[in-house]
Design a protein around this ligand. Structure first.
Ligand code: GLU
Length: 507
């Protein structure tokens, strides 16, 4: 049987990093096994619906390189792929009706006030739970306590009702999860959960399992927060006489300090969504976004793959092909995975270094344009800038500050460094070096370096006395790539001009 997995986000806001991880694990698994990957939009909770969220989710996953075989845009054999569209076809109601006919679900007309009163009564009687279930349903207003005629009268009168699942009384039910031991629960702990709401729309539970069944999903790979819903889902599969899929619940993603779920993040500023948005997170902060922060999708993918999964050895840097090869459900851990932003930065650095300057240029160019750098120059000049800097940056925007002096002479010099390293004789030394530069036959880093060697030998001075002021006049900074590499790239005229500018300014 070929594998079918799905990613089933609710369009309630930007894609949280945990959701991206879930999508990725599904993706790696299905690419490895061969099969179909479905994107299903679970939008039946209209109170939490956020316009634009669906497009955001798709765009964010595209950016990461996660592609679906079937979704709202491409369609496919088991569509529609949006639950509101499926609901409009009467699909969920039909299944709710089936359960009602079979005596496995019932209509409940209780008003919110009646439900409150029931809970109050139970509390006063000292009951530890205040559930609508086998213990209480007989005292409520539902199709189990009313006659068929009374039910019909209420429906005809337009009274609001929900459809509830009739939980079996005091039964132990077990299910297997790939990541954990067998899970057993007693049905008395469960509520007669609502399957169809008074607005006629299904709850998450009904829609989710009906769709997983109709879409022939073989593996449900999702976050641990859904584990507590799984007993109900297992009972629904049983009620319909359907075979449940294999369940894989991914461990929680923890804050960097190892305490608490990522969504309730504290401490370090972590972009919680992939792109910046106007949406706020639970703490009321507006998201920054990993893409704009300058993370590469490959780095993000590699990092996320290791949040809750590991290959069982030391291998860490794995591109999509390698991850697909090595991924396994069996090696998903059941302990919370700590989100370590420094590790993500390390991956980013690693992937930036591994790319060719030509591949990096289109990624960096937007940042440079925004900074006002003139990019109407020979492309090989831009490539060479990138080659000099790529070993030294962590995030794409680091290329902005570090490359500034390749596009314009410094207008100010690092004051602390200048005070320490630009001495009274520095100007004269720079002119002496310039005189040597004027003799070289080829303007390249090696020949310029030889000029410097001969100068310090003649003068019997330390290298720093020449190197520090030379770097300062070229870049305005105290550190960076090799000063002769920079001068070689800037060219003779520009190097001489910067020598003059620095002498005019620093003496
Ligand atoms: N709509 C649910 C969510 O937003 C899907 C959970 C599941 O995968 O079953 O995460």
């Amino acid at each position: 049987m070929s594998v079918v997995v799905r990613f089933a986000p609710s369009p309630t806001g930007p894609l949280h990093i945990g959701g991206v991880r879930t999508a990725l694990f599904n993706y790696l698994y299905v690419r490895q096994q061969g099969g179909r990957f479905i994107l299903r939009i679970e939008d039946t909770d209209r109170t939490r619906f956020v316009p634009g969220a669906e497009e955001y989710i798709i765009e964010a996953l595209n950016w990461l390189g996660i592609a679906f075989d079937e979704d709202v845009n491409q369609g496919g054999p088991v569509g529609p792929y949006r639950q509101s569209d499926r609901s409009a076809q009467g699909l969920y109601r039909q299944y709710a009706d089936q359960l009602i006919e079979e005596g496995k679900a019932y209509l409940a007309f209780d008003t919110p006030a009646e439900l409150d009163a029931m809970r109050e009564r139970l509390k006063e009687a000292g009951s530890s739970t205040q559930q609508y279930n086998a213990l209480t349903r007989h005292e409520m207003t539902n199709s189990l306590t009313l006659s068929a005629q009374e039910v019909q009268n209420k429906i005809d009168a337009g009274e609001a009702y929900v459809v509830r699942m009739k939980m079996p009384e005091n039964e132990n039910v077990s299910f297997k999860d790939v990541v954990r031991e067998e899970v057993t629960f007693n049905t008395n702990q469960l509520d007669d959960k609502i399957l169809l709401k008074s607005d006629g729309l299904p709850t998450y539970h009904l829609a989710n399992i009906v769709d997983d069944h109709l879409m022939e999903v073989t593996h449900v790979i999702r976050g641990e927060e859904w584990l507590s819903s799984t007993p109900l889902h297992v009972l629904l599969y049983r009620a319909f006489d359907w075979t449940p899929p294999t369940f894989v619940h991914l461990p929680l993603i923890l804050n960097p300090n190892g305490k608490g779920k990522m969504s309730k993040r504290q401490g370090d500023k972590l972009g919680f969504s992939v792109f910046p948005t106007n949406w706020t997170n639970a703490e009321g902060e507006v998201s920054t976004g990993y893409r704009e922060d300058g993370y590469l999708p490959e780095a993000m993918m590699n990092f996320l793959a290791l949040l809750g999964w590991n290959p069982g050895d030391e291998e860490e840097v794995m591109d999509e092909a390698r991850l697909t090869e090595r991924f396994s459900l069996e090696r998903i851990g059941n302990k919370g995975a700590t989100f370590d932003i420094d590790k993500l930065k390390w991956f980013n650095q690693t992937y930036i270094r591994a790319k060719s300057p030509a591949d990096l240029l289109p990624l960096i160019a937007p940042y440079w344009s925004e900074a006002g750098y003139n990019l109407q120059v020979d492309e090989s000049y831009l490539h060479q800038i990138i080659a000099l800097l790529q070993e030294r940056v962590t995030l794409l925007p680091d290329f902005v500050d570090q490359a500034a002096y390749f596009f314009a002479a410094p207008t100010e010099y690092d004051a602390k460094f200048a005070k320490k390293r630009w001495k009274a004789h520095s100007g004269e030394l720079m002119l002496a070096m310039k005189a040597k530069f004027e003799q070289v036959s080829n303007w390249n880093a090696e020949e310029l370096h030889q000029c410097f060697e001969s100068l310090i030998a003649e003068r019997e001075i330390g290298a720093g006395q020449v190197l520090a002021p030379f770097r300062l006049l070229l870049t305005g900074l105290s550190s960076g790539p090799g000063a002769f590499d920079i001068a070689a790239l800037l060219g003779a005229d520009e190097t001489y001009r910067r020598i003059e500018l620095a002498i005019a300014s620093l003496g």
